[in-house]
Ligand binder design. Structure first.
Ligand code: SF4
Ligand code: SF4
Length: 144
């Protein structure tokens, strides 16, 4: 048990100090397929809003050829992946799926304005516990 805690602390330290991440992922995928039906595409610093722009991107990244526009909201265009089996809700190319799918979810999701679905098996936990942030804030408030 002690070793598991140590490994988690080392992982958090690496994510925070080396990769400059603020969250770490916990939990497990339940293979519901929801995240494959509500996809936003970020290119450089903006979320794709325009179908014409997306068509150009499809030539640069072959994976994007699998994505179909199904709507748009205040964040941007919403895509569904054609590799998702509509009956089983499983990925048809699971063993060949791209890295972006293997690494999902990452905290960049939040910077795009997205969120995990309520019943997603993963959670994104802040690396610094909230109680420490609140303690720090209250200390700096007392100093001011
Ligand atoms: S929404 Fe979450 S639980 Fe469902 S397939 Fe995606 S990562 Fe897995
Ligand atoms: S390739 Fe598979 S895991 Fe990736 S978005 Fe498509 S269906 Fe989902």
């Amino acid at each position: 048990m002690y070793n598991v805690i140590m490994l988690l602390e080392i992982k958090k330290w690496f994510l925070s100090k080396i990769l400059r991440k603020k969250y770490y992922r916990t939990g497990k995928c339940k293979a519901c397929g929801k995240c494959c039906t509500q996809i936003y595409v970020k290119h450089y610093k903006h979320v794709i809003q325009d179908e014409k722009e997306f068509e150009k991107l499809q030539y640069l990244h072959s994976f994007y050829k699998n994505l179909k526009v199904i709507g748009k909201d205040e964040i941007g265009l919403i895509f569904e992946c054609q590799n998702l089996d509509p009956v089983t809700h499983k990925c048809k190319i699971h063993f060949q799926r791209p890295g972006i799918c293997r690494r999902y979810p990452q905290e960049e999701l939040f910077s795009m304005g997205g969120a995990l679905s309520d019943d997603c098996g993963y959670k994104m936990e802040p690396i610094i516990p909230f109680k420490d942030i609140i303690n720090k804030l209250s200390k700096s408030k007392h100093k001011a």
